[in-house]
Design a protein around this ligand. Structure first.
Ligand code: GYE
Length: 329
C-alpha cells in the first residue's frame, strides 16, 4: 500500500516537472518570438567634433529607417567606457556590435568575449590593432593615410614654382588613434619627397577646436616672429580654432599662413570660400546606410567585405564651390 502511494507521488512530481518545463519552454519561445527585429549595440567615442555628431546621426537615421533597434552609447572619449558598453551589449545578446575604436590598442580581451558569445563585430571609422584578426568581421571607413597624402599633394602643387623653403606646423589628432597616425604617415610620405618642406613642430590637438585655439594662443605668444608658413591640421575643428585666434591678429589665415585641413565640415568649406583655408580634404562621416546594410547582410547569414573604404574628395582654393551642396555637418 505504502509503496503505491510513493509511486503515485513520484508520478505526480514527474508530471508537474514536465508541465513546468513545457510552459517555461513555451514562454521562452514566446519571449524569443517577438525579438524578430535586429538589435545593434553601437559604441561611439563621443561628440568631440561636428564630424562625430554627424557620424552618430548617420548611424541613428540608417538604423531607424531599417527598423533596426540601435543601442547607442557615448563613451565620452574614454576607452574604458567603450569596453563597458561592449560588455553590456554582450550581456544583452545584441545581434551585432558596431563600434569606433577611439585608439588602436587594448581591445583584444573584450572582443574575445564578444566572439565567445557569438556576436559579430564591425568596426567603423577608426582601425585597431588586435593579435587575432578574427576578433572582428569587417572595417568600414575612410583611408586616413590617403587623406594625409592628399593634404601634402596640395602643398606640392601650390608651391611647385616657388624656389624657397617652407616651415610646417602640424596639429595632431587624438594620440594613438589610427586616424591621427594615418594622416601623420600619409602626409610625410608625400611631403618628404620635396626637401623645401620641413615640419618644424607637431602638437597634439585631440581633434578639439578648443585645443586648436589654445595651441594658437600659446604658440604665437612664444613665437611672435611667426616661425611657420603652413598649418596642417588633422581636422577642421582644430584648424578653425587656430583661425579664431588669427582673426584677432594682423596675420591673415590663408594668405600669410597657408592652411590645409581634413574633414570638410561646412564651417571649413565656408572658410575655404572666404580664402581663410586653402585646402580641405574630405573625410565622409555619413556611412550609416553602408554600415546598416552590412549589418543586415550579416544577420541574414551573408558574407560581407572585410574592408570597405569610402571615396572622398579634395576641395581646394582653385575649385568653384558655388554649387557644392551643404555638407550637413
Ligand atoms: O577627422 C575628427 C573626429 O575619426 C575621422 O575624428 C574621425 C576623426 C575626424 O573627431 O573630426
Amino acid at each position: 500500500m505504502k509503496s503505491t502511494i510513493i509511486k503515485r507521488r513520484m508520478l505526480f512530481l514527474l508530471v508537474c516537472t514536465l508541465l513546468v518545463f513545457s510552459c517555461t519552454k513555451k514562454q521562452t519561445e514566446e519571449i524569443k518570438q517577438p525579438q524578430k527585429n535586429i538589435i545593434v549595440g553601437f559604441s561611439q567615442i563621443g561628440a568631440e567634433s561636428a564630424w562625430r555628431t554627424c557620424n552618430t546621426q548617420s548611424m541613428q537615421d540608417a538604423a531607424s529607417a531599417s527598423g533596426i533597434q540601435l543601442l547607442y552609447d557615448n563613451a565620452e572619449q574614454k576607452q574604458e567606457n567603450q569596453i563597458k558598453a561592449i560588455r553590456s551589449f554582450i550581456v544583452y545578446q545584441v545581434d551585432v556590435i558596431v563600434f569606433v575604436p577611439i585608439v588602436q590598442d587594448g581591445w583584444d580581451n573584450v572582443l574575445r568575449e564578444a566572439k565567445d558569445a557569438g556576436i559579430p563585430v564591425i568596426i567603423i571609422d577608426r582601425k585597431m590593432r588586435v593579435a587575432d584578426e578574427s576578433l572582428f568581421t569587417a572595417f568600414i571607413g575612410a583611408d586616413h593615410i590617403e587623406e594625409g597624402r592628399n593634404a601634402a599633394r596640395f602643398l606640392l602643387k601650390k608651391f611647385k614654382d616657388e624656389d624657397r623653403n617652407f616651415r610646417i606646423l602640424e596639429i595632431l589628432g587624438t594620440e594613438g588613434s589610427s586616424v591621427a597616425d594615418g594622416r601623420y604617415a600619409g602626409f610625410r610620405e608625400i611631403i618628404n619627397t620635396d626637401n623645401r618642406f620641413t615640419i618644424t613642430a607637431s602638437i597634439d590637438g585631440d581633434f578639439l577646436r578648443s585645443r586648436g585655439k589654445e595651441i594658437a594662443e600659446t604658440y604665437l605668444q612664444e613665437n611672435p616672429e611667426l616661425p611657420f608658413d603652413i598649418l596642417f591640421s588633422h581636422n577642421d575643428g582644430m584648424a578653425l580654432g587656430f583661425i579664431d585666434v588669427l582673426n584677432n591678429t594682423s596675420i591673415r589665415p590663408g594668405k600669410d599662413i597657408v592652411i590645409v585641413s581634413v574633414d570638410a565640415e561646412q564651417a571649413a568649406i565656408d572658410a575655404l570660400k572666404e580664402g581663410k583655408i586653402n585646402c580641405v580634404v574630405e573625410c565622409n562621416p555619413k556611412i550609416g546606410d553602408l554600415v546598416i546594410d552590412m549589418v543586415k547582410k550579416l544577420t541574414e547569414g551573408k558574407s560581407i567585405p572585410r574592408t570597405t573604404n569610402i571615396s572622398e574628395n579634395v576641395f581646394t582654393e582653385w575649385d568653384d564651390l558655388s554649387l557644392l551642396p551643404l555638407r550637413g555637418y
